[in-house]
Write a protein that binds this ligand. Sequence first.
Ligand code: GDP
Ligand code: MG
Length: 653
Amino acid sequence: MGTSFNEQFDQHGAWRREFALRLKLLSEWMKDHELLDASVEERLRRLEQQMRSDKVMVAFVAEFSRGKSELINAIFFAGYKRRIMPASAGRTTMCPTELGYDADVPPCLRLLPIETRLQPQALMEWRMVPEKWTRIDLDVNDPTQLAQALEKVAEVRHVTKDEAKALGFWHDEVPEDNPMVGADGLVEVPRWRHALINIAHPLLKQGLVILDTPGLNAIGAEPELTVNLIPQAHAVVFILAADTGVTKSDLAIWREHLITEADNNESRLVVLNKIDTMWDTLSTPFQVQAQIDRQRATSAEILGLRREQVIPVSAQKGLVAKVNDDAKLLQASQLPMLEQALGQGVMGQRQKILQAAVGGGISELRVEAGRAIHVRRRDLAEQMLELKGLRGKNTSVIKHMRSRIEQEQGEFDISGARIHAVRSVHLKLLREVFEMLGTGALKAEMAQLTTAMRQPGIKLGVKKAYMQTFERLRAGLRKAQATSAEIQNMLGGTFRQLNAEYGFSLQAPKEPDLERYVRDLDLVERSHTQYLGVGNVLRLAQPEFADRLVRALATRLRVVYESALGEVELWNKSAAAQLDAQLRERRRNFGRRMEAIERIQQAATGLDDRIAEIGSQERALDELDAKLTELTDHLMSTPAGGSANDEAQRKSA
Ligand SMILES: Nc1nc2c(ncn2[C@@H]2O[C@H](COP(=O)(O)OP(=O)(O)O)[C@@H](O)[C@H]2O)c(=O)[nH]1
Ligand SMILES: [Mg+2]
């Protein structure tokens, strides 16, 4: 039996904690040995942040009443020994609900009123204003209170047709999707737009975020869910019910959310829930199984999947089995199989991605710190050569040497002005890149798109307007890439020149690869065009809807551009820090050489002492280098469950 999702997640958490601890040790050690320059420090900070804030989002997507909430209860909350998310007949989740943990906020449920849809802000923007949310404190030690509070996500309101229209739940153009009108002429809509649950559940504390979505109708016009939240989830679990098979609305949801051209199939799981409805005491277990298999095969065929890609379970029996510690029932529910698939597929992949990302950061860190060691080593070698040349020489030679060092130092100080000039050209070009990737450029693009969408009769041209926007954005990124290449060229040239003139060992840091962000844009574009392609274009008749869609797009793009900018900044920092470090080391070097000459002038024996001293400094540098390799190696190859604690103890011992 493999590891379940929960166990895998625990291991992932342990690995992250261990990594963070080792990173801290490395940073302290580097500080002690003066290897922390501005760019190394920045890199460490980012790695630490990346590790600490890494979130894994699992989204449960399906038509209502397929058992999403029950499945969440069974997989994650069975430990509370009762149902936590409302999942009984007639009490279903009406708004998208995110479960996660934020240590800065007390355990609570936050609810965003549905009326916020009448305002233009995107969901992402509402997150920044917690006071606009209704907050209910949660008592995590009281599962009854917890479950009661969470029932809020099932609340509804009754509004007139016009209000429903304004809120995005009623569309004259697509009457078949409209909710039923009651005898009183009112329409039922969700009371809340979005819910955030903050509890210190062990898995959530380690960065798991669960997204529970309501069915198609309850989502209404919430484009952000479709174009941002779900596409960004690390895993999407799509749920069918064995007793209904694949219905028309299941298929609509499948098309809207689950079909991706990306090849990360492992992050999509299809569950055939409620297999217990097929358990039948009059049939033999063999017959029951055959029937489940048939349903599985049919569902797979309709969705265009292989049979094995559809996992049959009973969420309800799984929950009951866990609550009652009933191993036989748990086995029959087949829930452990789903948990295993989640664990291996999702967590395994997530860990690999994170490991690769931090591995890259660590290896660049090592190169940068290694360079500083190399500079010191070369300075020592030069001093050694100089001092050995003084052996057996008289005082006038020594005096001459002294004035030579003074002269060199004078020349070097003058060169400072030239280095300054190089830097200002570099900065000028860099500002151009910053501008291309800045918020101003993005805002202008979004304003243009909004204007296009407001054109009467745009409906048919919407996809084209999107396409053109994305074309321009991609062109902008490529232009930024070209300017970066120019900067890189220039840096390389000046660095080579400085290396030749002053014996520096400057090396232009690797320029940022913006092509990665072009790919991100492709993904964002795809989720938008897919969304618009499945009938949502009709909703654009409402200008507020079009505005909201563009704002949702803007919030997602901002994230992409911010990380691109961050990379450019780091690149610049790394180049500047190298130059600073070499200048600083060189000045120190003059100081050390001068000091050595003075000592030798005062005492004839000083020379051999000094040579021996440099020898021992060289050996110390070798040790430093070896230790750097050792510490960074550890960070690049940390298997889960290692022993960072032993190391911490060894260090403090
Ligand atoms: N028989 C059976 N009923 C289930 C199962 N899972 C969920 N249900 C029921 O189906 C209904 C809808 O479940 P819920 O989790 O609220 O669905 P959601 O709307 O997708 O979140 C509830 O009455 C559940 O008790 C299952 O595995 N077997
Ligand atoms: Mg639900």
